[in-house]
Each structure stands twice: as C-alpha cells, then as structure tokens.
Write a protein that binds this ligand. Sequence first.
Ligand code: HEM
Length: 124
Amino acid sequence: MKKTTALTALITSYVLLFTACSKSDTATDGGTGGTRTFSCAGITPKFATDVQPILTTVCSINSNCHAGGSSNSGGPFTSYAEVNAKKSNIRAAILAGTMPQSGSISQAQINAFICWIDSGAPNN
Ligand code: HEM
C-alpha cells in the first residue's frame, strides 16, 4: 500500500512538473499570440486603393517606422518599388504579428495586404 502511494505521488509530481514547463513556453511569444490568419475570399485588393492607405495610416507614420528617412531593417515604405522589394519580409512580419510595432492593424487590412502580395503584388 505504502509503495503504491509513493509511486502515485511520484507520477503526479512528474505530470505537474511537465505541465508547468509547457505553459511557460507559451508565455514567451512576446504576447503577440503567435501567427495571424488571413482570408482572400471575395477580395481582390489593389495597391493604390487598398495597400497604400495601410502604409500611410499604419506603417509609414514616421521615420522611426517606415516613412521617408527610415533606416531600420524594414526601411521606408513610401513607394510601390520600396514595398515590392520587401514584400516577403512584409508578409512574414505581418503574419508573425511583429508588425506593426505599435498601433494596430485590422483583420480587413491584414487580408488586403497579404492577399495583394499573394496575388503577385501588382502595381495597380
Ligand atoms: C503594417 C505596418 C508595418 C509593416 C508591414 C512593417 C514591416 C516591417 C518589416 C518587413 C521589417 C523588417 C523586418 C525584417 O525582416 O527584418 C520591419 C522592421 C521594423 N519596423 Fe516595421 N512595419 C510596420 C509598422 C511599423 C511601425 C508602426 C513601426 C514604428 C512604431 C515600425 C518600426 C519598425 C522597426 C523599428 C523595425 C526594425 C526592427 C528591428 O531592427 O528589429 N514598423 N517592419
């Protein structure tokens, strides 16, 4: 009887230890909650009417972000050429939830930006 109780106690403490460890891993994702999702159902976003407004209001708000003169790893996003050159990094940063670094981006804006990139990032 004593042996079974000791064994049960040992197994329980292992399970508790294991669960505590796995929870703490989740907490280290910087609070962004991991990846974002997107849907292109029913939309055909265009650069000028759908993406440019996101750049102006969400990304290129000042030179510490992606306005003219930005010297960070993303650089300025003030023209089609600049955005097109960084489209894969932009896609990765938005879906990873690392960008925008401050402020917010709506689900509709995420869909528009990612689906425009996935449709070949046309200059339209
Ligand atoms: C949806 C809007 C935005 C997009 C698409 C975007 C995209 C990016 C990309 C692609 C990078 C380069 C990451 C890499 O591949 O190394 C980057 C870096 C960076 N962005 Fe943004 N960004 C956005 C908004 C912002 C805002 C609003 C700010 C300022 C508050 C900002 C500040 C920065 C900074 C400081 C870096 C450099 C980070 C580093 O060196 O670790 N970004 N961004």
